[in-house]
Design a protein around this ligand. Structure first.
Ligand code: GAL
Length: 339
């Protein structure tokens, strides 16, 4: 594998592997000349829109020039994204930041990017443990920046468990009767949030009953239809609506309200991400809670990791970030933090 050295960038002798990927600047690095290629799985995704906007702004604040940052929309199609990656390689970008359409394509993506001598930062959609092990085994300049989705699922479950069985068990059958609206099932975020939200209820000693489990693909309108359908079939038995993200929780809320139900009174609703609108709903009681998926810290860590590759400082092969539980108790703090 050839390791590319930027025209005006020289590999620095700085210490290797900055754990949290704080940017380690070497005097001879001129970030303004570095070309950054960014692939986003789908521009229309609400959360990834927050992420990419913050990523671009932060890269510019670090000294990259806006015209050298190219961000491509994979339009939720791996073939489209693979072509975009090929074009970035042909164009000779100095670093790539990739939010894969399919995490299962990571091996192919890694091979072609590493063969081209370009450092690679994966974001948001975590490749498999086997794939991550290859980066370490081969000492490749490849890392993943993201959160552990198990934590967000656990927090969703805890938000409901903390209300107590008496409050949530509206039909008094001794169980938490819930429906689950899942994100893209290929994505570990969806798999883990689905599994760990329910596990947190069980770990709190609560019995659970799943009344419906549907795939909403992270999408508000899809979730709105699915929840309308569930509510019409299972009517009053549904006590909790778990949505793997806030966009789907917003869709769920539309259907909950259309069915004449009231969150906090006769049904409970949780999401993940802390989109502005979801935070407003938590503040006004229209959502029981959400989980802050920290796009600021993740995008900054991704950009810092890119810089660390460009300077030669290098990175660990996994750079983590914590989620934060959001309920009426702390929503004002989170809103203030995001202003
Ligand atoms: C998740 C996020 C979702 C969606 C997904 C895309 O982390 O919670 O809203 O953006 O990433 O992969």
């Amino acid at each position: 594998m050839k390791r590319k050295v930027l025209g005006t960038l020289l590999v620095s002798t700085m210490a290797s592997a900055a754990m949290m990927a704080a940017p380690v600047m070497a005097e001879d690095v001129n970030l303004a000349d570095a070309k950054v290629g960014v692939c986003i799985y789908q521009f229309s995704d609400n959360f990834m829109t927050l992420f990419r906007t913050e990523l671009e702004n932060y890269l510019v604040s670090l000294g990259f020039s806006a015209e050298n940052i190219t961000i491509q929309d994979g339009a939720n199609d791996q073939a489209t994204q693979s072509n975009q990656i090929d074009a970035f390689i042909a164009d000779g970008v100095d670093v790539l930041i990739i939010n894969p359409v399919n995490s299962s394509s990571a091996e192919t993506i890694t091979d072609k990017v590493v063969n081209a001598g370009i450092p690679l930062v994966y974001i948001n959609r975590e490749p498999s443990a086997d794939e991550e092990a290859r980066w370490a085994d081969n000492n490749w300049d490849v890392t993943y920046v993201g959160c552990d989705a198990r934590q967000s699922g656990t927090m969703q479950g805890e938000i409901i468990a903390d209300l107590g069985l008496d409050t949530v068990d509206l039909n008094k059958n001794g169980k938490i009767d819930y429906i689950m609206i899942e994100g893209d099932p290929e994505n570990v975020d969806a798999q883990y949030r689905t599994e760990f939200s329910v596990k947190a209820l069980q770990d709190a000693g609560l019995e659970v009953e799943c009344l419906d489990d549907q795939v909403g693909n992270w999408d508000q309108a899809t979730a709105q239809n699915l929840v309308a359908n569930s509510l019409s079939m299972k009517a009053d038995d549904i006590e909790v609506v778990f949505c793997n993200n806030d966009a789907m929780a917003l869709g769920a809320l539309q259907s909950i309200e259309a069915a004449g139900r009231t969150v906090g009174t006769d049904i409970f609703l949780v999401g993940v991400d802390a989109l502005d609108e979801a935070l407003e709903n938590v503040a006004s009681g229209k959502m029981t809670g959400t989980v802050f998926n920290d796009h600021i810290s993740q995008s900054h860590s991704a950009a810092d990791a890119a810089v660390n590759y460009l300077t030669g400082a290098g990175n660990e092969h996994y750079i983590g970030c914590d989620y934060v539980k959001v309920t009426a108790d702390n929503v004002a703090d989170i809103q203030a933090q995001l202003k």
